[in-house]
Design a protein around this ligand. Structure first.
Ligand code: MLT
Length: 393
């Protein structure tokens, strides 16, 4: 063919991190048999949807099968019933949103990737280590990226101190994927102040907010000034077990503008052209997940995963292995023992304990020598994994 392709794809790794992990596991399984492998790699949930969510999903599906209640294209920004439920969810945290600032999506990953559509050529600032979708999607668009470093000394919570003062699009994730480190109000305020002072935009990923068990902020909009500098992207994947059901949202405050142009207008336009909304049954399911009963079920599921995280953390403490996370997060982020590299430890763990984790360097340079385990396995598998870890650490 004589067409031109997006050459920027040559700047990203050949495979997405979790595809690489899956490939290595498949190769190992082919050579050694796949029995007894415990998967603690990708952050995919294992508990089924709660009964309140399943009832809503089932009832909405029945409605779709009757002429009187059938629905065609959903509104491109989401049904009002779900936007109302999301608005109420924020209000419980003292955050007041207008319904038209909420855009329902099929998950945080899509919107994190899509948001670059409404932004021009900007300097991008990304914490390292972090969810690789932020850097991959910006590299695909040919943007220049700088990293702020997370490390043991700053508890994997980099601050803007020392960052050159100019406008950036800043990506943040709190609780952080992969480290589980979570900003307190002061830490987030520093970033909001930096963004306001430099005319930067924060893209805040709050996908893990429901794991927060202390008084740390769940939303960037709990911080004064954030409405003037931040977009928030969230998802029900980890909160309500929607990794396979797919539903999330993006909040774009009305105030946000670049020059004369309101970002909300650009996003409305982008979504109307490129997105046809989330299916009616899934939006009803999401509404149910955010109801009082639904959120109680979410809390139960998160308590289950938190118990797994505590078991993983306990064996690491017992063995004197440095780690973060596991408290406000389903992820435990550990330093590979005996100076091993991330992929070296990945192979070691797979071979000697038949446990799959995620090599830290897949999340950035600062992840070299670190490793991520998820607490999203079943209790039984986590228990078995902990026994195996105890033997090999
Ligand atoms: C992860 O394991 O980091 C997440 O499951 C990936 C995602 O949410 O897309």
């Amino acid at each position: 063919m004589n067409i031109k392709i997006n050459e920027n794809f040559s700047l990203i790794k050949e495979n997405y991190l979790f595809s690489d992990v899956a490939k290595r596991v498949n190769e190992f399984s082919k050579a050694n048999g796949g029995r007894n492998i415990i998967k603690m790699g990708i952050g995919d949930v294992t508990l089924p949807l709660s009964s309140v969510v399943v009832s809503a999903l089932a009832q909405a599906s029945v409605e779709m099968g009757k002429a009187e209640t059938f629905r065609g294209y959903p509104p491109e920004y989401g049904y009002d019933f779900l936007r109302e439920a999301i608005k109420r969810h924020y209000l419980e945290r003292g955050v007041v949103l207008r319904m038209d600032e909420i855009f329902v999506s099929d998950g945080a990953k899509s919107d994190i990737g899509n948001i670059v559509d409404i932004l021009g050529k900007n300097d991008i600032l990304i914490p390292d280590p972090v969810y690789p979708v932020y850097s991959d999607s910006n590299l695909m668009s040919g943007n220049k990226i700088s990293f702020v470093k997370g490390c043991g000394e700053n508890g994997f919570l980099p601050s803007p101190v020392g960052v050159e003062e100019k406008p950036y699009v800043i990506y943040m994730c709190s609780p952080n994927n992969p480290t589980g480190a979570t900003y307190d109000r002061r830490g987030l305020k520093e970033w909001v102040d930096f963004a306001l002072a430099t005319g930067s935009l924060i893209v805040f990923d709050s996908a893990y907010e429901y794991f927060i068990s202390d008084d740390k902020p769940h939303s960037i909009f709990e911080i004064d000034g954030a409405r003037d500098c931040a977009i928030e992207i969230c998802s029900l994947s980890k909160t309500a077990g929607f990794t396979g059901t797919r539903c999330g949202w993006t909040v774009i405050p009305e105030e946000l503008s670049a020059g004369e142009t309101k970002l909300i207008k650009l996003w409305q336009r982008r979504q109307a052209t490129k997105f046809n909304g989330v299916s009616y049954p899934v939006q009803r399911a999401a509404e149910a997940a955010l109801s009082t009963e639904g959120l109680a079920a979410c809390r139960e599921q998160i308590a289950y995963y938190r118990k797994n995280a505590a078991m993983i953390s306990a064996v690491l403490s017992e063995k004197g292995v440095y780690f973060t996370g596991g408290v406000n997060s389903p992820y435990v982020w550990l330093k590979c023992p005996n100076g091993m590299g991330s992929w070296e430890f990945f192979d070691h763990l797979l071979k000697n304990a038949r446990i799959v984790g995620t090599p830290g360097e897949g999340f950035g340079e600062m992840g070299k020598g670190y490793f991520r385990l998820t607490a999203f396995s079943s209790y039984e598998n986590t228990l078995a994994a902990v026994e195996r870890l105890r033997k090999i650490l």
